[in-house]
Design a protein around this ligand. Structure first.
Ligand code: GDP
Length: 296
């Protein structure tokens, strides 16, 4: 098993005891360890480079206080920077729209969109006292429509039927019309994913977005996705004006470096984290906890 950043730095620290400052001389070795730790956590390389540059700037000349060693001081700086970057703008779902507020769920197949749609429905019902309708525009996988029906029932929300022969945009419009006429507060629109980015998918989801004008467009991404998370995030950001991220499967055994990559590339806050397969397995994203995990 890979050793944690703290372990690595404390090994280095032994050779630096008594130094009261982080200097050009001693910072390089430490930053190399930070870089390794981030790469092992699957943070994308360009994101790692940017991050290291910011940490270096903050660290150089920083006074090492009291009994801390330069290594310990650097771990603190890295931790704070990671928490600040990942935690920026963390907030609950924005519902400031003429009801029904539409929330569009976007992401690759298997990222956890359908599961997260139901989890969010439950969250909005229980925590925000909203009347919630869900609909699936995934016409490529009839099983996906049925899956949403099942989990919507578990969430205690209502489900709007769709059929694979309908066009996604027509499904979305019909659901929105139904939501309006029946005074729903929120419409959660689950969309089709693909195993990898493709242009047809991006075009379709951009059209869907235009048709329903969502107040939230959430990018759902698997915390276990490796280096490639950055490309997925970029493609969705180009296709859609994203408003937030849901990081799923944070209960898995990955270090979840994808969080830093997608946060940096999309520029939008990570709002929630999926913490289990269960319907109540959704939590407001805790950047500080996640930072500890990324650093190991
Ligand atoms: P979709 O294709 O994006 O709609 O993905 P699904 O919602 O069908 O989820 C794919 C798989 O990931 C399912 O087996 C889910 O139960 C699982 N899943 C989704 N979110 C989480 C999570 O936060 N934790 C865990 N452990 N599993 C999750």
């Amino acid at each position: 098993m890979a050793s944690t950043l703290t372990d690595r730095l404390s090994r280095l620290v032994k050779t630096m005891r008594g130094q009261a400052r982080i200097t050009e001389d001693n910072v390089q070795d430490m930053l190399r360890e930070v870089r390794m730790a981030l790469l092992e956590a699957d943070v994308a390389l360009p994101v790692v480079r940017d991050f290291i540059a910011r940490v270096k700037e903050k660290a150089l000349g920083a006074e090492v206080v009291g009994s801390l060693s330069p290594g310990q001081a650097l771990v603190g700086i890295v931790n704070r920077e990671l928490t600040a970057t990942m935690g920026e703008g963390v907030s609950d779902i924005n519902l400031a729209a003429q009801p029904p507020a539409v929330i569009l769920m976007a992401g690759l197949q298997g990222a956890g969109k359908t599961t997260t749609t139901a989890k969010l429905a439950k969250h909005l019902i229980e925590k925000r006292k909203k009347k919630v309708l869900t609909v699936s525009a995934d016409v490529y996988r009839p099983a996906a429509i049925e899956q949403l029906k099942t989990v919507t029932k578990q969430a205690g929300a209502e489900w709007f039927p769709s059929t694979p022969t309908d066009k996604p945009v027509d499904i979305a419009r019909a659901a929105l019309d139904h939501a309006r006429r029946h005074y729903f507060d929120v419409l959660l629109l689950d969309t089709a994913g693909r195993l990898a980015i493709d242009e047809a998918l991006m075009k379709e989801i951009a059209e869907l977005h235009k048709a329903v004008d969502p107040v939230e467009t959430l990018f759902v991404v698997d915390a276990m996705q490796g280096q490639d998370a950055i490309n997925t995030a970029r493609a969705f950001k180009e296709a859609l004006p994203l408003t937030g991220i849901v990081l799923t499967k944070t209960d898995g055994d990955s270090r979840g470096g994808a969080a830093l990559s997608v946060r940096q590339v999309t520029g939008v806050p990570i709002k929630f984290a999926g913490v289990s397969e269960k319907i109540d397995g959704l939590e407001v994203f805790d950047a500080s906890r996640h930072a500890g995990r990324v650093l190991g």
